[in-house]
Design a protein around this ligand. Structure first.
Ligand SMILES: [Zn+2]
Length: 316
């Protein structure tokens, strides 16, 4: 039982949050299966949100094929599908609130200016490196003023006073992550940063449990800080290991096509995919065929291997 559960109970609400990059691959499938099982095995609610504001332009039909892939796997969700880009007005409203409260501020610096001013050596932190030295903090009273005086578009940065945030991850255990300075919560092109959008959307949906792959572990302290600035409680975090190829490297194009669409075309059944993922989690024999609901009684986070799952096509 997590620390927050023992203090007070809140409703169990999770979410699946795919980016519609066009194809779901096996790594995504495993995280979504685990997120689904964690919520469904305890009778909670599960939403589906398509995170379409960050990254490359979403190609037409990508949202539909992402939804189709999840349905093919046998995963379901409650309520309407939410589309992140529909919440732009709400994201801006939160940005305005944070700025008005002095918790965020406009920044006109370009990336190369930040790189020049940052204290060397640059430390790679997996999120928005290098560290911003705070040049624009307290410089303007409003975004409008900053734009008028400099003739530049502004990013919005969160004002950070903490060096690090410690938290208890329900799978990864005790974690402490560095914040690394005032970070961007709205980009110069006006798009909300992933860190802000994910927090606002989860908060608005009442999400209390976030299960995702551990490549997002380094950005978790930043998200927790946004919750804190909004006067809200963070969800429980469960960061699970990634799926890797036989060479131990993160599953990617070099390992061949591991998209669900590919296996579907090859005539592989969703039961074979789910069975292979369940075998990799230590719940069923190799070669098992199953549906997600067959695993509800076996789902156990504590038995999940702490090492990345190694994928090979022999598994299906
Ligand atoms: Zn700046």
């Amino acid at each position: 039982m997590g620390a927050s559960e023992s203090l007070h109970s809140r409703p169990l609400i999770g979410r699946l949050a795919p980016s519609p990059t066009g194809v779901l691959h096996l790594g995504n499938a495993r995280s979504f299966l685990l997120a689904w099982l964690s919520i469904r095995s305890r009778g909670g609610q599960l939403g589906l949100r398509i995170e379409d504001i960050d990254g490359p332009r979403v190609r037409s039909g990508a949202i539909e094929s992402t939804i189709e892939d999840l349905q093919w796997l046998g995963l379901d969700w409650d309520g309407e599908v939410q589309i992140q880009s529909d919440q732009r007005t709400r994201h801006q409203q939160v940005l305005d609130t944070l700025t008005a409260a002095g918790l965020a501020y406009p920044c006109v610096c370009t990336r190369s200016e930040v790189e020049e001013a940052a204290t060397a050596p640059h430390e790679s932190i997996g999120v928005d490196a290098p560290v911003y030295p705070g040049s624009c903090r307290g410089r303007w009273s409003s975004e409008q003023q900053a734009t008028e005086e400099t003739g530049r578009d502004c990013a919005i940065r969160l004002a950070v006073s903490e060096d690090a945030i410690a938290f208890e991850d329900r799978f990864a255990g005790r974690c402490e992550g560095r914040i690394h300075g005032d970070f961007v919560i709205r980009k110069r092109d006006g798009t909300p940063a992933y860190q802000l959008a994910v927090v606002v959307d989860d908060l608005d949906s009442g999400v209390t449990e976030v299960l995702r792959a551990d490549d997002l572990l380094p950005s978790t302290p930043r998200q927790m800080l946004i919750y804190r600035h909004l006067g809200a409680e963070s969800p429980d975090y469960i960061h699970v290991p990634l799926v890797v190829g036989p060479d131990g490297r993160r599953l990617a194009k070099r390992h061949g096509d591991t998209s669900l669409a590919h296996y579907r075309r090859e005539g592989v059944s969703p039961e074979a995919i789910i069975g292979a993922l369940a075998h990799g989690s230590g719940w069923v024999e190799e070669g098992s065929r199953c549906r997600p609901e067959d695993l509800l009684a076996r789902f156990d986070l504590s038995s999940l291997p702490t090492e990345p799952m190694v994928w090979s096509d022999d598994l299906v």
